[in-house]
Write a protein that binds this ligand. Structure first.
Ligand code: GDP
Length: 521
């Protein structure tokens, strides 16, 4: 009972919209008449890259009856459900739902929306490598989300595996596992060899029982969107996890940004269903527009206010449905703090004087801070993100830089207008990749047709053998070439770092002069 009231407090704290608050209140009021039942836990697997998250999810899935029965031809919908096979009657034939999307990204997106979708996290740490930067990052996310977690020490089959060392590292981070003065459950596994996998499943159920994870079967339906996709034939397809109630075909359904009517429901093995209930990951079609990953969905009709919001989205064509590629079309993703700001942004864009033949296309617009899903869309479209009075979460900035995403944010509408007016031409120019290295030419030694032996100093970054480089004279790019060989102190090397002088054999039809620069991108 204690858990239930806490869960409700947390639930109602979320304040996406009045409608949702009302809905939550309705659930709360009807609490007395409704029965809570134990809910299959929803589990997310997190940890450092290469520590075995995918292997673990695959192993769990493959050893499961449902997957076996479907002949192994299972579709990937971003989440799946298993039936635990255990000799212990307390656990046998109980369900667990696993979120099967790249751990951190989906988790961050869902968390950023303020939705709690996962009940339990598994922190996978390779027992041979131990705690790594993304282990700490995952741990932080789990602790911020305040969800219980299990430490799975993976790759225990490897001779170098050293679980005690990992437990010491965890203790240094303040995580005390069972048997080491704490109560965080820990288990040694081999995802590759299937060792202790059933025990891990039982441990998940034990934690679920201790936490008292429950749901409502009768009453209002809600859940969370964990993956979205556009299928040409079927339209918007979403993977959702139902948190409460029973979802049926024909139900009107909505999120903060999309509305629809449930047309089809499929389970994670592709089996069509007429209805589905809590914790089940399901593939739903029938949304009229693309909801955002991490949004909560509800069954019911939308209020006027929310339909108005949805109307703004409706005229946006899904970029995925549009195969046309036009070099003079610039795709834009708009993010703003309010609907009013969004409208203002669109007005400025519609009045912008563009280069001849050029068009701007808004492929997505949304209220709220920049999300992982925006970055993914910006990368695949490709598109520029324009933000007004929105924040870019710190953890996304690294992704933005590494993926070279063009993103511009403003706090004052006039500044945005000024920037866009000035930059309208430049926006259409493809962005140059970042410079990896720059060499200044200090000496010329010999030249044999296009092959030139020159000497230079790495002024920035590095230069590598085999690299394609541009030749820059003053401000101008005058040619290009390929580095055939590199020498440092007369010894052949694969690369030379910043500050180093090197001999370079370059193949270039441009005659290189002292003072030129070689640009490696
Ligand atoms: P992820 O990046 O965390 O999803 O890691 P993967 O599941 O892709 O695993 C990375 C590598 O570790 C792969 O080559 C796996 O075969 C290997 N691996 C995963 N689990 C185990 C394990 O239990 N034992 C051993 N020896 N290798 C494993």
């Amino acid at each position: 009972m204690l858990f239930k009231s806490n869960a409700f407090k947390e639930w109602t704290k979320r304040n996406f919209s009045d409608k949702i608050k009302k809905q939550n209140m309705a659930i709360q009021q009807s609490d007395k008449q409704l029965n809570t039942v134990p809910q299959p836990p929803i589990v997310v697997v997190m940890g450092h890259i290469d520590h075995g998250k995918t292997t673990l999810l695959d192993t769990i899935r493959k050893t499961n009856v449902a997957a076996r029965e479907s002949g192994g031809i299972t579709q990937h919908i971003g989440a799946y459900e298993i039936l635990v096979e255990s000799k212990n009657p307390e656990y046998n034939q109980r369900k667990i739902t696993f979120i099967d999307t790249p751990g951190h990204e989906a988790f961050s997106a869902i968390r950023a929306r303020g939705t709690k979708v996962c009940d339990i996290a598994i922190l996978v740490i390779a027992a041979d490598e131990g705690v790594k930067p993304q282990t700490v990052e995952a741990l932080n996310l789990i602790q911020q989300a305040k969800i219980p977690f299990i430490v799975a020490l993976n790759k225990i089959d490897k001779p170098e595996a050293n679980p005690d060392r990992v437990k010491t590292q965890l203790a240094e981070l303040g995580v005390l596992v069972e048997g080491w003065g704490g109560n965080v459950p820990v288990i040694n596994i081999s995802a590759k060899e299937g060792k202790n996998i059933q025990e891990l499943e039982e441990l998940i159920l034990l934690v679920a029982d201790m936490e008292g994870i429950t749901a409502y079967k009768d009453g209002p339906v809600n859940g969370v969107i964990v993956e979205t996709k556009f299928e040409n034939r079927r339209g918007v397809e979403v993977t959702a996890i139902i948190k409460n109630g029973v979802l049926k075909i024909g139900d009107p359904i909505y999120t903060a940004s999309a509305i629809g009517k449930v047309r089809t429901i499929e389970d994670c093995n592709g089996k069509p269903l007429k209805e589905a209930t809590f914790s089940s990951p399901v593939l739903i079609t029938g949304f009229k527009e693309m909801p955002q990953v991490g949004e909560e969905f509800f069954v019911g009709e939308k209020t006027e206010e929310e339909i108005k919001k949805a109307d703004i989205k409706r005229d946006i064509k899904s970029n995925k449905s549009d195969q046309e590629k036009n070099e003079n079309t610039l795709n834009l993703i708009l993010k703003a703090d309010t609907i009013g700001s969004l409208e203002a942004m669109k007005k400025i864009l519609s009045n912008l004087a563009l280069p001849e033949g050029a068009t701007l296309k808004i492929i997505s617009e949304d209220i709220g801070d920049v999300f992982v899903s925006d970055i993914a869309l910006a990368e695949t479209a490709p598109a520029i993100i324009l933000g007004f009075r929105v924040k870019i979460p710190k953890d996304l900035q690294i992704i933005i830089q590494s993926k070279n995403i063009r993103i511009y944010t403003f706090d004052i509408i006039y500044e945005m207008e000024k920037f866009l007016k000035q930059e309208a031409e430049n926006l259409f120019k493809p962005q140059e990749p970042p410079i990896k290295g720059r060499v200044e030419i200090l000496a010329l030694f010999s030249k044999k047709r296009s092959e030139q032996l020159i000497g230079g100093r790495v002024m920035e970054g590095r230069i590598v053998k085999g690299a394609q480089v541009k030749v820059q004279r003053g401000e101008e790019i005058i040619g290009q070439g390929k580095i055939l060989n590199l020498q440092s102190s007369k010894i052949d090397v694969k690369e030379a770092q910043e500050g180093k002088e090197c001999g370079i054999l370059i193949d270039s039809s441009t005659e290189i002069a002292v003072g030129d620069q070689l640009i490696f991108q």
